[in-house]
Design a protein around this ligand. Sequence first.
Ligand SMILES: NC(=O)c1ccc[n+]([C@@H]2O[C@H](COP(=O)([O-])OP(=O)(O)OC[C@H]3O[C@@H](n4cnc5c(N)ncnc54)[C@H](OP(=O)(O)O)[C@@H]3O)[C@@H](O)[C@H]2O)c1
Length: 367
Amino acid sequence: MNTRRLGSTGPVVSAIGLGCMGMSGAYGPADEVESIATIHAALDAGINLLDTGDYYGMGHNELLIREALRGRDRDDAVVSVKFGALRAPDNAFIGIDGRPVAVKNSLAYTLQRLGTDHVDIYRLGRVDPAVPIEETIGAIAEMIEAGYVRHVGLSETGADTARRAHAVHPVADLQIEYSLLSRGIETEILPTCRQLGVAVTAYGVLSRGLLGGDWSRERASSPGDIRAHMPRFRPENLDRNLALVEALRTIADEKGATVAQIAIGWVLTRGEDIVPLVGTTRRDRLAEAIGALELELTTDNLAAIERAAPPGAAAGDRYDERQMAMLDSERSEPPEALPQPGESPARLFHSAQTSRARGGEGTCLKR
Ligand SMILES: NC(=O)c1ccc[n+]([C@@H]2O[C@H](COP(=O)([O-])OP(=O)(O)OC[C@H]3O[C@@H](n4cnc5c(N)ncnc54)[C@H](OP(=O)(O)O)[C@@H]3O)[C@@H](O)[C@H]2O)c1
């Protein structure tokens, strides 16, 4: 398995990582046996980077990973964990907590659920506008000092926040959406990461399945599937986006590859400092993703891909309006004023608690 280093100080990981969010219902019900078999197949193939979040299925995802790692050498996996999203018992998203005490508390529960003595990379899922990033990163750094965490990561931060975080403690990687349909990081965020020596772990490489090549207008969404709220899957945008997939399919067919392999392969060509996270719950799709590592995209192929899906070609934002407003990475203005003394850090997001689905960021962080 090809490997890449995460930033100048981070771990060496497989050139693609496995995103485990879908295994806890983010895209509808997932088969637990097949999910665990998929994690095993990934590890057996040399994919050591496993991405999770403590709020994926409210602990379910970490327990699943614990089960998958049982009996294996802990060092075979680089476990990357997000924290900070607050959920109510009915699964509603009720805020973000990046306070130092929350860092330590969340980590304690995560270590227990994972059944391990350390997390390899620990990151706040979304920037908490009520807590300076320096405080959150400082607390993770303390946990590194104490031996419970190996590396600091970031998630969906803008360039300025990444700089501030990196000044407190070296950051291994920024996890952020990056794909043929989401190229927003190219102007400022990616150059900043490169300047700092911070890698990018790219998620949504398949644009949540759109670039999987088998999406259709007729496809009914399963209960809890976060794509029901995602603009790119809305009827008014879907035809345009499916046309982009068909244009990419022509190139895929010529290469004897699949659209998903073209999408993953394209991200792999964007730099040795970028590691695509592929989200799947199935061994056959994992095998397809691994096949992308063998794909050789020539300069002509890359030019054809750019013509088929030029930057900005996708119809619809990557998240809905409310979720977009919560992304530090999409913010051009300074974050909203900090809460007054006595106010809950979560108060900025109480109005956002509409999620009833079980899954990941697409619901718990954005609806
Ligand atoms: N930091 C953040 O804010 C953030 C946000 C979202 C996700 N993430 C992380 O990034 C990981 C990957 O992102 P993602 O899962 O949202 O998006 P993704 O990888 O773009 O898409 C995942 C979807 O694509 C489908 N898929 C995978 N391979 C396929 C193939 N060959 N053909 C057709 N469909 C295919 C999967 O279904 P099957 O399971 O049926 O294969 C799943 O529904 C997540 O698991 C999570 O760990 C992080």
